[in-house]
Design a protein around this ligand. Structure first.
Ligand code: UD1
Ligand code: CA
Length: 443
């Protein structure tokens, strides 16, 4: 079966009351559209075209799919026509139509509707939902669908129908091209409704097959920010469930925020009020949280991150961070590093066994193995014009409250006294103290 998908995503999204296109609103760190495209790919569909508005068209490259601009949003039927006009006709092809505002949709539903459409003009997904509902209503004849009526055009009796249109369709391409050509916009919204193709096909003697899904949550279309929050809650619940089933302990899923595409190793424990984002990879037996934010974090095994933020950085096995630390901007912490409270590490490399336990700023620094950074140490990396580098060797003792005026190099095994202001490089083994720091006599 030759299948191409059309994803409808040009809608104004009026009910979001937003300056951003609806399908670009994020759920668990990804735009809604991303989830729909993932599900289509998971169903084995490789050819797809997204119907876009101007804003989305400008960003469609991010999604790795083709977009076609629908200049005026004249309705879902008009959107499909716009896509068909941009597609080379395939007389024997199938066209799967889905909406870009269904972030919870599952690949299985696409596969189901496609196989039900085999040899038919149209199969579409329906669901039984509690009323009232804004979904279009399915008017049945016998075991087929006779027509779909939009909630805004429905009579009181039709509004009582609790079988609704999920907005997922598998069409015979030739039948679709013909039916779309017949659409009119004489309805409450003055739009060309894709849903009117159903009555058109039935009139021409075709049968429209309903595929009733029990996955009523999966077919939720997000139209406003209340539904956006509901979708996020459900998706986050699923993400937490996935990682728990794979061996991570999540103490309180409700206050834990996850995203797709994370790696969390076995026996890692996530404590409450913690969010993990952007392709983070966490090893085994780690302890993360409470009250922590990780984004694009790469952690080895047995790493601890307590009440801290950890962005765009990595840490090796057994390294411990926090409480109240901030690690950011491509910092690379090796194994057995200890970062204590009120320590900020920015764009720095800390070798195995480095300790900075209290009240410290390490920016643009490169620190050797087993070096101890005393409380209150500051790398003075900014001279008002540019950021300068601090290089500290191995087995160095930086005394409490040392200021290191970068660019500067402190040699292996050196020592700075408490309160030193170090303005010049210190050779290996040298001990310095004072402001400005001067060499101390050798012991
Ligand atoms: C639509 C269906 C309704 C169904 C519901 C399921 C129609 C007329 N109604 O209603 O029967 O129950 O979806 O969620 O199809 N879009 C465009 N261009 C347009 C208009 C819309 O691309 O000109 C896109 C939107 O971005 C959206 C999708 O089509 O992703 C659906 O549009 P929306 O306005 O949300 O339709 P509903 O009112 O939800
Ligand atoms: Ca919708």
């Amino acid at each position: 079966m030759n299948v191409r998908a059309i994803v409808l995503a040009a809608g104004k999204g009026t009910r979001m009351k937003s300056g951003t296109a609806k399908v670009l609103h994020e759920v668990c760190g990804r735009p809604m559209l991303w989830y729909v495209l993932q599900a289509l790919r998971a169903a084995g569909i490789t050819e797809m075209i997204v119907v876009t508005n101007a804003e989305l068209q400008g960003r469609i490259g991010e999604f790795g799919v083709a977009g076609v601009l629908q200049e005026e949003q004249l309705g879902t039927g008009h959107a499909v026509r716009t896509a068909l006009d941009a597609m080379k006709p395939d007389e024997t092809g199938r066209v799967l139509v889905a909406c870009g505002d269904m972030p919870l949709v599952d690949a299985a539903i696409f596969s189901a509707v496609l196989s039900a459409s085999d040899g038919r003009a149209l199969a579409l997904v329906t669901a039984r939902v509690p009323l009232p509902s804004n979904f279009g209503r399915i008017v049945r004849r016998d075991d087929g669908v006779e027509r779909i009526v939009e909630a805004r055009d429905a009579t009181a009796a039709e509004l009582e129908i609790d079988e609704v249109n999920a907005g997922i369709y598998a069409f015979d391409e030739t039948a679709l091209r013909e039916a779309v050509g017949h659409l009119r916009n004489d309805n409450a919204q003055k739009e060309f409704y894709l849903t009117d193709t159903v009555a058109d096909l039935v009139r021409s003697g075709k049968r429209v097959i309903p595929v009733v899904t029990s996955d009523t949550v999966g077919v939720i279309g997000v139209n406003d920010r209340i539904e956006l929050a509901l979708a996020r809650q459900e998706l986050n619940r699923r993400l937490c469930a996935k990682h728990m089933l794979e061996g991570a302990t999540i103490v309180d899923p409700q206050s834990t925020s996850l995203e797709p595409e994370l790696k969390i190793g076995r026996d890692t424990v996530i404590y409450p009020n913690t969010s993990i984002a952007r392709l983070s990879e966490i090893g085994e037996r780690c302890a993360i949280g409470p009250n922590s934010r990780l984004s694009n974090a790469r952690l080895g095994d047995e790493v601890t991150v307590r009440e801290s933020s950890f962005f765009d950085s990595s840490a090796g096995d057994r390294t411990s961070i926090g409480p109240y630390a901030r690690i950011r901007d491509d910092s690379r912490l090796a194994q057995d590093v200890r970062i204590g409270n009120f320590v900020e590490v920015k764009n720095s490399k800390l070798a195995r066994g480095v300790k900075a336990s209290h009240l410290t700023y390490l920016g643009d620094a490169d620190i050797g193995e087993e070096t101890n950074i005393g409380a209150g140490t500051i790398t003075c990396n900014y001279d008002g014009k540019r950021k300068n580098k601090t290089v500290i060797g191995r087995d160095v003792m930086i005394g409490s409250n040392t200021s290191l005026i970068a660019p500067i190099t402190i040699g292996d095994g050196a020592l700075t006294g408490a309160g030193s202001v170090v303005t010049k490089d210190v050779p290996a083994g040298q001990r310095v103290a004072g402001n400005p720091a001067k060499p101390l006599p050798r012991k």
